[in-house]
Design a protein around this ligand. Structure first.
Ligand SMILES: [Zn+2]
Length: 317
């Protein structure tokens, strides 16, 4: 079995376990998508963020319910796993543990929560340790990456939520946030900030990707950018290859250093991944590609997991 060194800042697998026609009951089952507990363990993944994603158009009542159902499915999976899956709740949970996967719950879009600090606190008690204010949409907290018509940043309510998240030692995640909100968030917060699943705007001009100025600002704060495997965020058109992903990694490494690069696969949330990186079972191909691209063993280990762990230890500490 591979060393459990890989850390991934984003997957949508919990979505498969809820809804009208769930595709499985537990992460411990063989699931139809990009990953499940068994495949994570075999691939050497030791830390996996599990997004609590909901479509804003469902409305807050449905979505809060969905979020709670996904959290329940995560904890059921932990119980069914015989200790092989555990929740990442504090800094001590971040280091690799042989034969185990640490799962970190992350809210993707807070339209269902709005400015309720009470609900945020309850979610924190249920194990949530990371959140994004929006998923692309404009809501009462901020403008999302795909709705920047008004160039709105963080609202007063959004700023109160960020302050509460900092008090609770939760990770602040700027993936999906609009550009002005990005700068607002950096201005009112302290410590490392994550962009859990975003790529390089200079290589692929998409609102979900980060400009060089944003990358520099995240690096200055000790932040990490999780590289998204979605074809749409890697290339202008056509099918992305592992080579395209490496170009995004190389760009950030050259700009601010490889210690700010991580993984944010977006597995089970994307319809097209690079060739030779189709599921977690293909991570050995990524290891090889990093080596072939001239990254040292230490740099590659950081990109594959060490860098994200380092930032998380500071955030949760
Ligand atoms: Zn996303």
């Amino acid at each position: 079995m591979a060393i459990p060194s890989i850390a991934d800042a984003h997957c949508d697998t919990l979505m498969l376990l809820v809804g009208d026609r769930p595709k499985g009951k537990s992460l411990t089952e063989t699931l139809p998508g990009h990953l499940d507990l068994e495949r994570l363990l075999t691939a050497g993944v030791g830390l996996q963020f599990f997004a609590l994603f909901t479509y804003p158009s469902n409305g807050p009542e449905v979505n809060l319910r969905r979020i709670l159902e996904m959290i329940a499915q995560f904890h059921r999976s932990v119980e069914a796993s015989g200790g092989r899956l555990y929740p990442v709740l504090e800094a001590a949970d971040v280091a690799p543990q042989g034969g185990r996967v640490g799962g970190l719950l992350a809210v993707e879009g807070m339209s269902a929560i709005g400015g309720s600090i009470e609900i945020l606190e309850v979610l924190h008690r249920l194990g949530v340790r990371s959140a994004m204010l929006t998923w692309n949409e404009r809501n009462s907290l901020a403008d999302g990456a795909m709705d920047q018509e008004s160039s709105g940043g963080l609202s007063a309510e959004g700023k109160r939520v960020i302050a509460a998240m900092q008090r609770l030692k939760m990770a602040l995640d700027v993936s999906h946030l609009g550009e002005r909100g990005f700068w607002d968030l950096l201005e009112i917060s302290e410590g490392p900030v994550l962009a859990s699943h975003s790529n390089v705007r200079a290589l692929r001009n998409h609102p979900r990707n980060l400009t060089d100025e944003q990358i520099k600002a995240l690096a200055a704060r000790g932040g990490v950018i999780g590289m998204n495997f979605y074809t749409e965020f890697l290339v202008d058109d056509g099918q992305a290859t592992l080579g395209h992903l490496l170009r995004h990694i190389r760009h950030i490494a050259d700009l601010v250093g490889p210690q700010h690069v991580g993984l944010g696969s977006d597995f089970d949330g994307i319809s097209s991944a690079p060739d030779r990186l189709q599921t977690v079972a293909d991570y050995p191909n990524l290891r090889e590609a990093l080596d072939a691209a001239g990254f040292t063993a230490e740099e590659a280990a950081g990109i594959l997991g060490g860098n994200l762990r380092h930032a998380l230890e500071t955030i949760l500490g």
